[in-house]
Design a protein around this ligand. Structure first.
Ligand code: URP
Ligand code: ZN
Ligand code: ZN
Length: 470
């Protein structure tokens, strides 16, 4: 089966070129002026006026995850379908070790969740919940399961949080054996102490989530994490960064030549602390950890997208029903009606990342289309060992391709999105730029808003190596 994408403009992380793309079965077979190579039975797609970009890679999602007294609402079918509509063709989800269980068992549990449901390609990081010596001893064997990254938590006291000694140990061992450590950097002790005080004072409104998870609490943990990189020499990737002050620590580390990288998420590009602070219980929709911070923090994030301090834009997609009491649903944000402290933490976004980043980044002139491709796809592929199979329009790469119409407008809304959740954090946002055709390994999954995908098509992508530090 051959497809020629003709007349489009290929945008890569390093260059832009007007050229045709030949897709043969699952791979990109040729790039250039291909009209002379056309066969009678080739499918030809007219891409004039469209940008031809590598499919988006979301390196941070939580599908079908038990969390906060309930579970996330998207599974590996609904989440994948939504991702594909939004131009994301690969994601890396967080498998979670349970207490008393091995890391390998955690990975296998998540592999089983995706089996038969996946539509786009996927891979896993493993999150540590039980940081014993046995767990640490497993780290050198993770790549046998196709996993080359491990997430640790400085937050979520009494659930996931680990102490500094354990963090140092894991960072050291992982670095030695070529496993990339990811860290959720908020000071969990400070969050717990402040939360206790707020709750004792009867401060239950949604806005107090922001007080308990303030910018300095994130920045302190980020700064400590950067120093731990200096102590161990191991590479570190800081997930879901929302604090401007924290990013100053990343800048400091990178200026020193330390192998530290930072990911932000699309919600931090448009939302601020005001989203949680206004509208009473409506604020629960935006509760996540870390929460969006002030307009100043947001401006630093924007700056860091452009200057290279931030390497990737993810979603941390972790959707919960706003009203889980409706028929056919399960518990959601309403668990926290009496207090912000009981609201399941997380926001939806897997469908909107590509277009929101284009809108905030490219349409506003903050970054150019090539930097957009780096942030939305190529850098994640390089960092997480998927490159050049994924993240690039190159001969021999998987034909994961987005045909993007930079002039097509769309109003984001829960009424039209495909995520299995009853609200959208970007509700009403009018974006310009839209993925009109989305291919995964040569298979067209979405065409002009029509779903052509099929459960079970998505493949687990084994990552046996760490990739590179960017
Ligand atoms: O609020 C969030 N971020 N929920 C998902 C879990 C995590 O910490 O990434
Ligand atoms: Zn986290
Ligand atoms: Zn997360």
């Amino acid at each position: 089966m051959r497809t020629i994408i003709q007349g489009g403009t290929i945008v890569g992380a390093g260059d832009t070129v007007a050229a045709d793309v030949l897709v043969e079965d699952e791979k990109i077979a040729a790039i250039g002026k291909l009209s002379g190579r056309r066969r009678l039975d080739d499918k030809v797609i007219d891409a004039r006026g469209l940008l031809v970009m590598p499919g988006g890679i979301d390196p941070h999602t939580h599908l079908d995850m038990p969390f906060g007294g309930t579970r996330s609402t998207d599974d590996f079918f609904t989440g994948h379908k939504a991702a594909a509509f939004g131009g994301t063709t690969t994601h890396i989800d967080f498998a979670i070790q349970r207490k008393g269980e091995s890391l390998i068992d955690g990975i296998r549990t998540w592999k089983a969740k995706a089996e038969g449901k996946a539509v786009i390609d996927y891979s896993f990081h493993i999150s540590v919940a039980d940081p014993t010596d046995e767990t640490i001893a497993e780290i050198p064997r993770l790549n046998r399961e196709g996993v080359s990254s491990i997430k640790v938590f400085l937050a979520y006291k009494n659930v996931f949080q680990m102490d500094d000694t354990t963090f140092l140990k894991i960072l050291g061992v992982a670095g030695e054996v070529g496993i990339l450590t990811l860290v959720h950097a908020e000071n969990g002790d400070a969050v717990a102490l402040i939360s206790e005080k707020l709750l004792a004072e009867g401060k239950n409104d949604m806005k107090y989530h922001n007080v308990a998870h303030s910018a300095v609490i994130e920045a302190e943990a980020m700064s400590r994490a950067v120093d731990f990189v200096e102590i161990t020499g191991s590479p570190l990737y800081i997930v879901h960064v929302a604090s401007g002050q924290g990013l100053q620590a990343v800048r400091r580390g990178r200026l020193k030549g330390l192998p530290v990288m930072a990911e932000t998420c699309s919600q931090y590009l448009t939302l601020t602390d005001k989203a949680i602070e206004t509208g009473g219980f409506e604020g629960a929709k935006y509760i996540c950890s870390p929460p969006p911070k002030t307009a100043w923090d947001q401006s630093i994030i924007h700056e860091c997208l452009a200057d290279g301090t931030i390497q990737t834009v993810a979603t941390d997609h972790c959707p919960f029903w706003f009203d889980g009491t409706k028929k056919g649903r399960f518990a959601g944000k309403e668990l926290g009606r009496s207090s912000w402290a009981k609201v399941p933490n997380g926001v939806p976004g897997i469908e909107d990342r590509f277009t929101v980043l284009w809108h905030v980044g490219v349409n506003s002139g903050l970054i150019g289309p090539e930097r957009f491709v780096a942030l939305a796809s190529t850098n994640a592929a390089k960092i997480f060992g998927l490159y050049p199979r994924k993240g690039t329009i190159s001969v021999g790469s998987d034909a994961d391709i987005v045909l993007f119409d930079p002039n097509k407008k769309h109003k984001i809304s829960a009424g039209t999105h495909h995520m299995n959740v009853d609200y959208n954090v970007y509700e009403g946002l009018e974006v310009k730029g839209w993925p009109v055709q989305v291919f995964v390994r040569g298979r067209l999954l979405v065409e002009d808003g029509e779903w052509l995908g099929e459960a079970g098509f998505g493949k687990f992508i084994s990552r046996t190596e760490m990739g590179r530090v960017l």
